[in-house]
Design a protein around this ligand. Sequence first.
Ligand SMILES: [Zn+2]
Length: 201
Amino acid sequence: MRDLAQGVARFQENVFPAKQGLFAHLAAHHAPHTLFIGCSDARVVPELITQGEPGELFVVRTAGNLVPAYTPGADGVTASIEYAVAVLGVTDIVVCGHSACGAMTALAEGHDLGGAPVVADWLRHADAALARTAGTEAGPRKVGALVRQNVYAQLTNLTTHPSVARALAEKKVTLHGWVFDIATGGVEALDAPGADTALAS
Ligand SMILES: [Zn+2]
């Protein structure tokens, strides 16, 4: 924890004073414009990639940036999506995949996940994406294709959530699919996948 404590000290000494006014405002206001759904991967940092200020992004990060399709009953991802869309009123939702994603690599290369059965179950939420890349030869190209198809599949899953479906019907929210490339820092905005979802970028 030593590095983290040093980081906190640097934040308090060097960063916070310059943003004191912003934080004073944020202490009483929470109005992010974007729900950012990304991978938990430590290399994909939403606020760094977008250079957003505190208060701009409502962030949900899951292994593989997966968004389970809606089912009745409470779960953390659904509750966070509903809160962002129905309560905070975000106007944009980004689902961001990334290069070298461990989750997508495991699926694309058929890794044995016997030692991580919960992960194996969780990755079933990418079944549709995996099916779409079934004809792609194994290798880096397959991982890349799966990363993209997975963003599309999770955007589709997102539209099954009633809060998102309502906001889309009322044209209050726009969906975006991104892929972040770790090596270059590039962000690719994916095109709308036809009639697949109401995706816009
Ligand atoms: Zn990942």
